[in-house]
Design a protein around this ligand. Structure first.
Ligand code: ATP
Ligand code: MG
Length: 335
């Protein structure tokens, strides 16, 4: 049966990129009703770079609240945090022994996040893609909805599954399909059209946070970097104007219109006119969600109970798959 898995790191407040590239599409998959959906706050991934403990706790609950506020039903889907299901770490160890150092060293996220000072990066940051493969394969997930930036990690997940199956002569782990769809699979930074929008970007002005209020959203779009020319009438000519293209893509995704329809609407427009429209649209879409998130955050115990129950349901799927993996590897266990 088709099964969806996807995760979000509680490494800070969620951004518009996380919403358009991931969260929004999760509830669409849930609503299709054809896939069993498993969604995870990947707190163990988050600590591959330093996280203040109190902030990690808060972000985990806040991300969970955003999942629910964006339409994830914790009864129909499974919603939990990674560290409550120890099988993720256990399968990750097996995959650490399957994956090769060279594969990890080629990952662009590793290169971006470790930067020039790789010697000082955590071992966990280097091994991140093996844990991610474990997250997915622990549930034999067949489809993984993610933003474009995760494409390379998903290819590595396929490589790990293929090598495991080959080395042990089994047909056990599925070859997972990435699901990267829509007009906003890579939302860019508002300060630099060549860098992706990230919740961990040091500049808050580079991103729209889902929790930002209306004035902040308007101010961030107003100050977003752009070139001086008005908007063209065809989408193709935006390819040499990354900042302008990013704002148009965001507009198209938020208004759920194809880009040529948006171009017909904005052709010839100055950014001084376009940016306030974009801000208004963003506020219209995001503010009901952030209000609901804040309401849910008033009852952290309720969120924790939802995550605990989700973890129990996740474990019920994960435990037999891990046991079977150990058997394949030849690890003795109790019968
Ligand atoms: P961090 O900077 O801590 O890595 P992040 O913003 O990249 O945070 P993640 O938790 O790493 O967020 O990713 C969660 C999901 O959001 C993934 O599916 C990822 O592909 C997607 N995503 C992240 N940033 C963007 C973006 N700018 N545009 C579209 N999708 C994105
Ligand atoms: Mg990321």
């Amino acid at each position: 049966a088709p099964r969806v898995f996807s995760g979000i790191q509680p490494s800070g407040g969620l951004t518009l990129g996380n919403y358009l590239g991931a969260l929004k599409r999760f509830s669409q998959m849930q609503e299709k009703g054809t896939h069993k959906c498993i969604f995870c706050m990947v707190d163990m991934h988050a600590i591959t770079v330093w996280q203040d403990p109190a902030a990690l706790t808060r972000s985990t609950r806040e991300v969970a609240a955003f999942f629910i506020a964006s339409g994830i039903d914790p009864e129909r889907s499974i919603l939990f945090n990674q560290s409550q299901v120890p099988e993720h770490a256990q399968l990750a160890w097996i995959f650490n022994c399957v994956a090769r150092m060279g594969w990890m060293g080629r990952m662009t996220q590793w290169k971006d996040k470790a930067g020039k000072n790789a010697e000082q990066a955590s071992l966990g940051l280097f091994a991140y893609p093996a844990l991610m493969a474990a997250d997915i394969l622990l549930y034999h997930a067949t489809h993984v909805p993610v933003g474009e930036d995760q494409k390379q990690h998903l290819e590595l997940t396929r490589d790990i599954a293929t090598k495991f199956n080959h080395d042990y002569g089994v047909d056990f782990f599925p070859i997972t399909e990435p699901v990267i769809e829509g007009t906003a699979t890579r939302v860019m930074s508002l300060r630099d059209g060549t860098k992706k929008m990230s919740k961990s970007d040091p500049s808050d002005m580079a991103r729209i946070n889902l929790a930002d209020d209306a004035d902040t959203i308007a101010q961030k779009f107003r100050k977003a970097r752009t070139d001086p020319d008005p908007l063209p009438d065809d989408y193709e000519s935006l390819s040499a104007r990354p900042e302008a293209k990013n704002l148009v893509d965001i507009y198209a995704a938020l208004s759920e219109q194809p880009t040529d329809k948006v171009m017909a609407e904005v052709a010839g427009m100055q950014f001084g006119t376009f940016k306030p429209r974009l801000a208004e649209l963003a506020v219209e879409v995001l503010s009901p969600m952030s209000a609901e998130m804040r309401r849910l955050m008033q009852n952290p115990d309720e969120i924790d109970a939802i995550l605990a129950r989700g973890a129990d349901r996740a474990r019920a799927i994960a435990t037999p798959i891990l046991r079977r993996t150990y058997d394949i590897v030849g690890m003795v266990g109790r019968q």
